[in-house]
Design a protein around this ligand. Sequence first.
Ligand code: 4NP
Length: 152
Amino acid sequence: MTSVLFVCLGNICRSPMAEAVLGHLISSRADTDAWRIDSAGTGAWHVGSEPHASTVAVCQRRGVPIRHRGRQLTGSDFTRFDHVLAMDKQNLHDLALVRPAEATARIALIGSFDPLGESEVPDPYHSRDTAAYEAVFEQLERCCRAFLASLR
Ligand code: 4NP
């Protein structure tokens, strides 16, 4: 079993999109059942919420199923997941603040896998432009492919 938790601030834009993108990449593999993929936010504002309408729209346009309800990161996530992948450096900072001593997860920026070297995934939440969400999708897709390749 390989388990991956994506983390952003609100858990309605970037991390549920990353969860959907990696899930879709895994869905065409023979070992689909050997994966557990989830997402969470460092903040609690959107607990129980569906992903942002623009995140849902871009996933639908790309044929990527998305299903998630917002939840806040918990201390047990650091032992329940093998990989905790953050979107930006602020997320990494916030993860370090709540990381328990017994944490076993490998913590990294998903952007550290980006073959184009964009280390942070910018927050599209305050953008009215759906192009921002399209750009996040493309960045996450190439990062997730590279992340999978790194595990081989
Ligand atoms: P996300 O975007 O971290 O990619 O889900 C945000 C969503 C909501 C808020 C901030 C960022 N917010 O402040 O409510």
